[in-house]
Design a protein around this ligand. Structure first.
Ligand code: ARG
Length: 276
């Protein structure tokens, strides 16, 4: 096999995060959550802080949204909105347990002077299910975001939206099964998708990096790339090797405590994309 190592270019990014001050697991809305398992909030905060500080070390900007006592899942800011060219489409959550997060995100974007802020009319969980690759939005459905929401995103952002159907409940959000590495490169776990969606992905991204079941099971695809540095769960060692073969710099992080809520690196990171 010839291994190609293209030169990768990192771009500074702007992220929105939420400190897990009130993190716990006291309800279960995905297969990873078990309220009977103890959580350690202090450990969750320490692990989250390392991710936050890493982004700063990498030269990125991180904004914070204030955590709220009765919203333990607010740490997963990726679900709060989708932001492209200063337009923020705020999420409408599938489960009542998270519904009140929408108002917090609406307030946050409103207070920062975003001109185009819209509350979604259709159920969608932000960047959990909408991932921008170049000029195209990949949109998951099957567990959380409604297929009808895809048209709403297309109208809001004026970009083509490609629908993908998730079929494995462990990978209930698109960002648990697919990760954007740069403008035309992604990595994903094929088995998380319907046969038709697998075909679509194969056709659009023939050079994509494919993850194994072991990589996916440790949330390896819940990763954040700046075009060169790829921050991903440390346990996804095989995937990290493959990323390095493709010219990326993988950086492993331990977010074991936040995995108890069914999220990792990407779930804790909402990208704020500004107008070019
Ligand atoms: N407990 C949260 C939920 O089930 C986890 C969200 C993870 N976020 C993500 N972007 N996949 O909604």
């Amino acid at each position: 096999m010839t291994v190609r190592r293209p030169a990768r270019v990192a771009r500074p990014r702007h992220y929105l995060m939420c400190r897990p001050t009130y993190f716990t697991v006291d309800y279960a809305i995905n297969p990873w959550m078990n309220p009977a398992d103890a959580t350690d909030t202090d450990l969750a905060i320490r692990q989250w802080q390392q991710l936050h500080d890493l982004y700063l070390e990498l030269g990125h900007t991180v904004d914070l949204i204030a955590p709220q006592p009765d919203l333990p899942d607010m740490v997963y800011t990726a679900n709060g909105a989708t932001v492209i060219a200063d337009r923020a489409l705020v999420a409408r959550f599938r489960h009542t347990e998270r519904a009140a997060e929408s108002q917090a995100f609406l307030d946050w974007f409103g207070a920062r002077g975003y001109q185009d802020v819209a509350m979604a009319t259709q159920t969608n969980e932000g960047e959990g299910d909408y991932l921008l690759v170049g000029e195209r939005v990949l949109a998951g459905s099957g567990f959380r975001t409604a297929p009808a929401a895809h048209a709403e995103a297309e109208r809001m952002f004026g970009l083509p939206v490609v629908g993908l159907t998730l079929v494995d409940p462990r990978f209930y959000h698109l960002d648990t099964a697919l990760s954007v590495l740069d403008r035309d490169q992604i990595m994903y776990y094929p088995e998380a998708f319907s046969a038709e969606s697998r075909e679509t992905l194969r056709a659009l991204y023939p050079e994509a990096i494919l993850a194994t079941d072991e990589d996916a099971q440790v949330f390896g695809l819940n990763a954040v790339s700046d075009g060169r540095r790829v921050v991903l769960p440390a346990a996804a060692t095989a995937l990290a090797d493959r990323l390095a073969d493709h010219g990326f710099d993988p950086i492993g992080m331990d977010l074991s405590e936040l995995l108890k809520g069914g999220g990792s690196v990407k779930c804790c990171t909402l990208e704020l994309r500004h107008r070019p």
